[in-house]
Design a protein around this ligand. Structure first.
Ligand SMILES: [Zn+2]
Length: 307
């Protein structure tokens, strides 16, 4: 049921959002949702169902990432709201994250407002990575010929370097699609691909079902992740195990609930027995870059066909 919305085109999603589709739908189905919430709240695996962590296992730390931005929407700009929430919240003030950017989309980094937001991100110690460097926007890398893919990625690296003073080396492709060909192009440009361990599932229109089920969904993903940690499958970097979490900073729902998401992540980690570091989120750009790079390099991406 949740996957059915994925087939919507981005234009369609934007249109529906502007038309208030989400709001109308949410009102209409409130009663049904409350029942679904009750079901979802008890759907996660129990601690007993997951393997015990080895003694003295390093603690985990959340490595937050955001795709698709910077947003240029006004008056409520979700990227700005998320930056504010990361800087000031009751869980850990001054959280740093990786923002995978669209540097040439006119609705994102390809505008004066978008570049100003990228400068703010950098000034606040956030890490800037590549999502898309195409002026055509959020184009699947699998659909681009080698020359166009290499050119747009090189443009994105230049756009980010113009703000940060050095070229980025992290990439997360649109739709998270890749294959051996696109991986080779990334390698040729010195870009390491970072996908995610935990997804907030906020990359498409945010029906009530996604938002109401988010806590159970995050708990499920953390329980699965705890299994991988128990099996020694995740690298330790600077004494902690980086756990990558993906959001979309163009998502107004995410922006409105960012502080709540921080509580959900730490609360659900405790619920599944995932031990977190005293600082459960990254607080410095250098540490987050080391962690992101290590996770990207350790992933050993397997060849797979583009969808
Ligand atoms: Zn994207």
């Amino acid at each position: 049921m949740f996957q059915s919305v994925v087939s919507l085109s981005w234009k369609e999603i934007a249109h529906r959002r502007r038309a208030g589709f989400e709001h109308a739908y949410r009102k209409k189905t409130t009663a049904a949702l409350l029942s679904l919430l009750a079901l979802c709240a008890c759907a996660g695996p129990s601690i007993e169902q997951v393997r015990a962590l080895p003694p003295n296992a390093p603690p985990a730390r959340f490595l937050l990432t955001f795709d698709d931005g910077p947003s240029t929407w006004e008056p409520y700009n979700p990227t700005r709201a998320i930056l504010d929430a990361l800087a000031r919240n009751s869980v850990q003030p001054g959280i740093k994250a990786v923002f995978f950017l669209q540097t040439r989309d006119p609705r994102a980094g390809g505008s004066a407002a978008g570049r100003a937001m990228m400068r703010r991100e950098h000034a606040e110690g956030q890490v800037l990575g590549v999502h898309s460097g195409s002026a055509r926007g959020h184009i699947d890398h699998c659909l681009m010929p080698d020359a166009e893919l290499a050119r747009t990625l090189a443009d994105a690296k230049r756009d980010i370097a113009a703000i940060t003073g050095r070229a980025p080396d992290l990439v997360r492709p649109p739709f998270w699609d890749y294959d051996a060909r696109t991986l080779a192009v990334y390698r040729g440009l010195g870009l390491h691909m970072l996908l995610t361990d935990v997804s907030a599932n906020d990359g498409v229109i945010y029906f009530w079902n996604v938002s109401l089920r988010r806590r159970a969904h995050i708990r499920d993903e953390l329980a699965t992740l705890r299994e991988r940690i128990a099996a020694g499958k995740l690298p330790v970097v600077d004494g902690v195990i980086p756990v990558v979490v993906a959001f979309h900073d163009t998502n107004t729902y995410t922006a409105h609930h960012m502080r709540e998401y921080l509580h959900i992540l730490t609360g659900e980690a405790a619920d599944v027995g995932l031990v977190l570091a005293p600082e459960p989120f990254y607080g410095g750009a250098a540490a987050i870059e080391r962690a992101a790079r290590a996770r990207a390099l350790a992933a050993g991406w397997q060849d797979r066909p583009c969808p």
